[in-house]
Write a protein that binds this ligand. Sequence first.
Ligand code: PMP
Length: 282
Amino acid sequence: MHCYLNGEFLPTAEARVPVLDRGFLFGDGVYEVIPVYGRRPFRLDAHLRRLRRSLDALRMDPPHDDAHWRSLITELVARQPFDDQGIYVQVTRGVAKRDHAFPKDVAPTVFMMGNPLVTPTAPQLAQGVAAITAADNRWLRCDVKSTALLANVLLRQLAVDQGAAETLLLRDGWLTEGSASNVFIVAGGEIVTPPNGPLLLPGVTAEVVEDAARLEGLPLVRRPVSEAALRAAEAVWITSASREVLAVTTLDARPVGNGRPGPIFERIHRRFQSLKPAPGRP
Ligand code: PMP
């Protein structure tokens, strides 16, 4: 498999980053994961916009303009031996003597790799998955897609330890998001998801679900979701580039609603699939 590192395409096993890279030492970097279907990136503009926002939060200049990113991603996609891919893009502040403060005149490290895109299985779609809840103990800039993911790593492992697929995060009694996903609930005939802000990542897949709801004529609102509302929801869904949209049918070992994904999920999921790039679809 090939990756891209600082201007070069090379086999991933041969790519090397110096130990003084600030991504390695400080987690001083940002990333994106772009889903690619049939070798066509999905919502690339939105991912590149979010990458720019993340870099801006780190007070870093974008290493490339969007046209250059597009051509690098196109080339990487073409070099991989599979059609559906998750393109991982990482930019760090670069290599410098270890000191917390920004180094001067240092080139960023730009790394990209393509992995096979693993989307939910048929049984996961039919039955939904289990999730747990935990206190959201992350920092207050969760809108930045930072490579410093220690809290997310520990929170996701709590789910794995309990045989669950995701950890849904509660901050002061309010739902924020999942350890690596956004969260939607269905309640009183509405689809509800917490508003974007510093406490959660603005998901690109969440925008696809918003588009799907609009096209289905289903009401979707962004407003705060309390822990009580989450636990009383008729349905709970998670979204991410690889999970697409997936129903959570068990929360903290209790069934969500009647314990099945339900008809609204099926409509949103079907519409979501129709929005993905496909042969013959512009
Ligand atoms: N929140 C967090 C914390 C995430 O890690 C992710 C996935 N990267 C998301 C939300 C979903 O974002 P997206 O739909 O763009 O994959």
